[in-house]
Design a protein around this ligand. Sequence first.
Ligand code: ZN
Length: 283
Amino acid sequence: MLFADAHLHSNPIKGLGIKNIAKKFKSLNGWFITLVSLPPIHYGLNHDFDGYVKSVEILLRECKLAKEEGLKVKCLAGVHPADLERLINTQSLKYEDALNLAYKVLEHISTLIKNGLLDGIGEVGRPHYKTSPEGFLINEIVLRYGLKLAKDLDTVVHLHLEQCGLLTIKDLNEVLNYIPIKKHSVLLHHLDIKTGIEAYNSGFTFTLCGKSKVINEGVRKLTPTYMVESDFIDDPKRPGVASFPWEIIKNQLALINEGVVDEEYIAKLNIDNVVKFYGVNPP
Ligand SMILES: [Zn+2]
């Protein structure tokens, strides 16, 4: 059995760093990861354009190291919704300054995508927790901006979203009506089961977190059309906030061993769906 982690982060400054993560993941038959940028604050950098540029440089180095460890890697950078929310709500940055920062960072990311250094935009989207109307709306504006850029670049985008089931998916369907990006370039990341079911019904690509409880319910309720992610943030102060990359492998193997799913189902999540979404060669 081979395994993929469809969305994780690494932090070589404060955490394990991708070299250590990749070694362990590969030793457990991991073959593919999508490595996603962390907000600058995670690396101890300033929350300004320069901080973002440096954080993307760290990401690019991490992606290179992961490839050197023998993994297939897709490398995505974005402006995390929690970041923008924090900038305007906690740091009282003016709305227009926060928006302009997000636009400028995403344009920088677009240039790197055009030059073949990055493979897509991720993550942008909306907070999954209750926030101020401004914290929500600024991210809605940036979500649409990210989708437009991804459409123009014909690249993939990971969306971070609130988990409102039918409402989340209905809204996204309407947004995609006027931003005609190919639906199969959009990945809705870290969905809960109820939103996953609606995403499936609407033909969206999505990921579930490979935490025991979630994946256990996922394999019972969903056909194998999604991918599995750890959403590891590599922060020793918040261990396993989502899950560990090796934990999602262990949990899927347990489901096979317990006879809850067959190997074919797990292979679809970890190989077929990854190959289809990213256009990578199968292992
Ligand atoms: Zn993430």
